[in-house]
Design a protein around this ligand. Structure first.
Ligand SMILES: [Zn+2]
Length: 115
């Protein structure tokens, strides 16, 4: 594959080349999309066009703007994460709902609502 160098640089100053990037946002897999990769630091960029599509899809699914930062609190010997009301409502989670916690890697936790 011939690499196409883009006319603008990465924020690190490195060169960007066109590449197919696996796009995942808000847990939705958007597959391989055209984007750019920095030849220096390896940062990946998706085009505005693809980004718009991702946002549109997220809006359709009611996921847009649901991402939140919450603080982990101490609860006895455990740590507690609170679910903001809009996320709880979207997920169909109420007090006493059973959920599964699945650590995917360091720094990433999947929470699944048990049926
Ligand atoms: Zn870079």
């Amino acid at each position: 594959m011939k690499e196409k160098v883009l006319p603008y640089n990465c924020r690190c100053g490195g060169k960007l080349v066109e590449a197919m990037i696996s796009v995942e946002h808000l847990g939705i897999d958007f597959g391989l999309r055209k984007g750019a990769v920095c030849t220096s630091c390896g940062d990946e960029y998706i085009s505005d066009e693809v980004w718009e599509e991702v946002e549109k899809k997220a809006k359709e699914l009611g996921l847009f703007g649901l991402e939140r930062k919450v603080k982990v609190r101490k609860s006895g010997d455990s740590l507690a994460i609170t679910l903001p009301p809009d996320i709880a409502e979207f997920l169909g989670v109420k007090a006493q709902t059973l959920v599964s916690l699945l650590p995917l890697e360091r720094g990433k936790l999947e929470i699944k609502v048990s049926e």
